[in-house]
Every structure is written in C-alpha cells, then in structure tokens.
Design a protein around this ligand. Structure first.
Ligand SMILES: [Fe+2]
Length: 282
C-alpha cells in the first residue's frame, strides 16, 4: 500500500513593472537580428528550440536603468522579507528568449550558477503565459544539471523542448509540477535550485510570439567570518572566456553545428536570400 505525502511547498515572489515594454520588445528584436547574423538563430527550417540570447549586463543597466532598478529592488525586497543576513544582490546575468515557432520551449532545468533566478514577461499571452515549476532537487535531477552545461558539456537534446509533453498523466502528476501564469510586466523571483521549464510555444496567429527575460542574482557576500562561512564575491562583467576552453563534447559539437549552419546558409542563401526578417510587424 503506497503512502503519498505532499511536503515542502515552494515559494515564488511576484512583482509587476508598470513601465514601458515596447522599448524592451524593440531591444529584443535588435538582439535577435544581431544574433541571427552571427548564428542563424532564426533559420526557419532548423529553428533553435530555445532561442536564448545573452544580454551584456552593463548594456542592460545603461539602456534600461529603470527596469534594472526595478528588478534589483524586487530581489532585494525578497531577501529583506526572508531576513537574509546580507540582502544585497547583484545581477550576475541577464538574457532573453524570443520564440515564434511552434514547439519552441525550454526543458526542465535549474541555474546552479545563481542564488536567485527570475522571469520577466515582456510579451507572453494566453496560452503562452505559463512557466512550469517542478519538484525534485538538482542533485537528483540529472537532465536539469546537464541542460545548463554547468557540470558537463552534453548538448541540448533537439527534442528537449518537447519533453514535457511526454510527462505521465495521472493524479500524482500534480505533485511533480505546477503551471504558473503571468502577464506582460510580471516579474517572478525564485530560488535558482527550483527546476522549471517552459511549455512548447503555441502560436495563435502568424505574427504571434513569446518574449521573456530572465536574470540571475548572486549575493555580494554571505556567511559570517566568526563561523568560518564568510564569502565575498565581486561582479566581473569584463572577462570573456576564451573560445575553445570548454571540455568534453560541447566544443566538438559547436564545430559541427557551425559546419551544418554554414552548409544550410549556403543552400538557403542561394535559394531565397530572405533570411533574417524577424520583425512581426513586417
Ligand atoms: Fe531558467
């Protein structure tokens, strides 16, 4: 006879940004065009299943000081609420996701390089306004650790965005994950060890899209020197790791991806010459 006990509820912290989002959407389009030129991010025949684009944090601070302050103040409010000994955090990373193709999403993952993670809905409407939060721990969550390349260089599986659809159905499933809805301007802050995923994008019309931003945060300091637990961390936005430093299969995969991309661009470039038109208003 099986006994099931639901324990340890997870806390999410919600905020809402009242400022302008159109300029943020324009910014994401700019980044998309740049990254498409560099990586072929929006190849229609072989779309990137995740469409994650890095944002240089100091650039974001300069361009969107109000939004940056809102995000940092929100996280600070959380750490004050939780009575952290050292509540001051810095934004260690920020990135954006623009999805336009059916089934683009993000498999279950955590952020082991952060203490706090977050989600900002820039443009995401029903039914594409859901983030799934899962039970489980990083140590018992191998695919989550793999998928962020922290411990290995194992490549994202091309089918990874569809993994959620393969989740078993049934009453106990309620314990395993929960969908959280949000609307444009909503900012959700959560501990980075909580596994989460994004369901496959379901476009409602040909111009539909889903844009979110995510940022990670780390404390300037933690612990206590009189207990031998103190740690001081100073943000470094300048250092760029040299290419080719990654170990394992990732680097070889990167080379293979690059070769395939070149071949695809050569083929498609000759046939159409129209890649890169990503603006839904066009
Ligand atoms: Fe995430």
């Amino acid at each position: 006879m099986i006994g099931i006990q639901e324990i340890l509820p997870i806390k999410l912290y919600r905020f809402h940004y009242e400022g302008d989002l159109d300029s943020v959407i324009d910014y994401v389009f700019e980044l998309t065009h740049q990254q498409h030129e560099e990586w072929g991010l929006l190849n229609v025949k072989d779309p990137n299943p995740f469409s994650v684009m890095n944002i240089v944090t100091p650039d974001f601070m300069k361009r969107f000081p109000e939004l940056f302050k809102f995000m940092l103040d929100s996280v600070h409010e959380v750490t004050e609420y939780e009575k952290w000994q050292h509540p001051e955090m810095f934004m260690s990373q920020i990135w954006t996701n623009l999805q336009r193709f059916p089934d683009q999403g993000h498999t279950r993952h955590t952020h082991p390089n952060a203490v706090w993670s977050s989600l900002f809905n820039v443009y995401g409407h029903e039914p594409n306004h859901v983030t799934i939060f899962h039970s489980g721990t990083p140590s018992g969550d191998e695919d989550a650790a793999y998928s962020q390349h922290h411990y290995t260089n194992k490549r994202f599986h091309p089918e990874a965005a569809r993994m959620l659809q393969m989740s078993p159905e049934g009453p106990t499933d309620r314990v395993n994950f929960e969908g959280v809805t949000h609307k444009p301007g909503d900012f959700i802050v959560f501990r980075s060890f909580i596994p989460h995923s994004v369901p496959p994008f379901q476009p409602q019309n040909v111009q539909d899209m889903r844009i979110t931003m995510s940022a990670n945060f780390w404390p300037y300091q933690s612990g206590r020197s009189d207990r031998a637990t103190w740690l001081r961390v100073i943000p470094d936005y300048e250092t760029i790791p040299p290419s080719g430093m990654d170990r394992g299969t990732g680097w070889e995969d990167d080379k293979r991806i690059e070769r395939e991309r070149q071949e695809l661009m050569e083929r498609e470039g000759r046939e159409t010459g129209t890649q890169g038109n990503t603006n839904p208003s066009e």
